[in-house]
Write a protein that binds this ligand. Structure first.
Ligand SMILES: C[S@@+](CC[C@H](N)C(=O)[O-])C[C@H]1O[C@@H](n2cnc3c(N)ncnc32)[C@H](O)[C@@H]1O
Length: 159
């Protein structure tokens, strides 16, 4: 698979996965959480198709100018500290999109494992997490048929 095809696969997984997860969480009360603002593409997709408050975690603000989150919702800093801050202020998250990654598979996998309990702390029961990396401590569920299970992972927070 070429890098271009791999990129297309990633974008398709994100669009289909986010649409599916938004629909699945209609009856789950809580805010949304975007982990990894980056260019702001997936954040923009979430806000385009949902009215929920979207908390955004990133260590830098380097997104497209049209995709800057409200300052009250942007948790700028290292994710560990930002997730603790969100939990301490009573954050209740119905849907998390985890999109941290550097391209170094070992480092990215280790970071996702380390982040898992911090994410779990802010999730409500039956909330969903979709993730570009493998997480631990959640129930893995099947996502939409269009997405290869090794490309994007879907998890439910146990009740
Ligand atoms: C792959 S990009 C996200 C792309 C974005 N979802 C989009 O659609 O444009 C990953 C982002 O996560 C951020 N990031 C990675 N690890 C982080 C950490 N431990 N704490 C805070 N931000 C982190 C990086 O700064 C980067 O902007």
């Amino acid at each position: 698979m070429s890098r271009l095809e791999s990129f297309r696969r990633r974008l398709t997984a994100q669009i289909d996965g986010l649409n599916w997860a938004i629909a699945q969480t209609t009856d789950v009360n809580g805010d949304f959480l975007e982990m990894g603002l980056g260019n702001g593409r997936t954040y923009d997709h979430l806000r385009s198709y949902s009215d929920r408050r979207i908390w955004v975690v990133d260590r830098v603000l380097q997104c497209h100018p049209d995709c800057v989150p409200p300052s009250a919702d942007f948790l700028q800093g290292e994710a560990d500290a930002m997730l603790e801050k969100l939990a301490d202020q009573g954050g209740r998250i119905a849907l998390t999109h985890y999109d941290f990654g550097t391209g170094n598979n070992d480092l990215d996998a280790a970071e996702a494992v380390r982040m898992s309990p911090l994410i779990a702390r802010v999730m409500v029961a039956d909330g969903l997490v979709l993730s570009s990396q493998k997480l631990v401590g959640f129930e893995q569920i099947s996502g939409p048929d269009s997405i290869s299970p090794d490309r994007y992972m879907f998890y439910r927070m146990p009740g």
